[in-house]
Design a protein around this ligand. Structure first.
Ligand code: GDP
Ligand code: MG
Length: 218
């Protein structure tokens, strides 16, 4: 198989969003995840709006298609179309800014209203490397996460700590929900698509037999 064909073989494609106040490090998190390096301010104007990467989650290849707000949040004008049909989201605040933490409730309300009902959200307390300037404790944020049924990690787009983990944990939870039947990839607006690899599996002889009672779901 050619390199390109291999790199485009995946089981699922998930649409992901990165949301949270301006300045919390969303673009840097996306850049660190895709490029594995810190985006310094010199390339600020390049404003990545979109990135994609295939990750391996427990043996399944998942292509993440990730949308960045591209500065819309500065004007409090993140559009409905940005949210539409997202399977997962990183909700980001800055651990050195209580203001960005206080804004989380508004972001959550929007995400749950405007994205897919079953969107899986991971809360990211970014700039973990700036511990001496911390305004929000780990404990406080983890309680908020628990109360709002969010996963939670503190991250650093600067050092790369927990950046890959945030995306992977969110993708793993979505996969688990697909496997348990809680999420149906075929439902409109689920933010999930089958990739070539999964389609091949579905069409393989093993799967053409009558579905078992468990699979049938009727
Ligand atoms: P956005 O507006 O949420 O997209 O935030 P940016 O990604 O543009 O980052 C805002 C500022 O925070 C920039 O000056 C970044 O260099 C800085 N920044 C982002 N992530 C981190 C981090 O993890 N640690 C530190 N120390 N600075 C960060
Ligand atoms: Mg940005």
């Amino acid at each position: 198989m050619s390199q390109t064909a291999m790199s485009e073989t995946y089981d699922f494609l998930f649409k992901f969003l990165v949301i949270g106040n301006a300045g919390t490090g969303k673009s840097c998190l996306l850049h660190q995840f895709i490029e594995k390096k810190f985006k310094d301010d010199s390339n600020h104007t390049i404003g990545v709006e979109f990135g994609s990467k295939i990750i391996n989650v427990g043996g399944k290849y998942v292509k993440l298609q990730i949308w960045d707000t591209a500065g819309q949040e500065r004007f409090r004008s993140v559009t409905r179309s940005y949210y539409r049909g997202a399977a997962g989201a990183l909700l980001v605040y800055d651990i050195t800014s209580r203001e960005t933490y206080n804004a989380l409730t508004n972001w959550l309300t929007d995400a749950r209203m405007l994205a897919s009902q079953s969107i899986v959200i991971i809360l990211c307390g970014n700039k973990k490397d700036l511990d001496t300037d911390r305004e929000v404790t780990f404990l406080e944020a983890s309680r908020f996460a628990q109360e709002n049924e969010l996963m939670f990690l503190e991250t650093s787009a600067l050092t790369g700590e927990n950046v890959e983990e945030a995306f992977v944990q969110c993708a793993r939870k979505i996969l688990n929900k697909i496997e348990s039947g809680e999420l149906d990839p075929e439902r409109m607006g689920s933010g999930i698509q089958y990739g070539d690899a999964a389609l091949r599996q579905l069409r393989s002889p093993r799967r053409t037999q009558a579905p078992s009672a468990q699979e049938c779901g009727c």
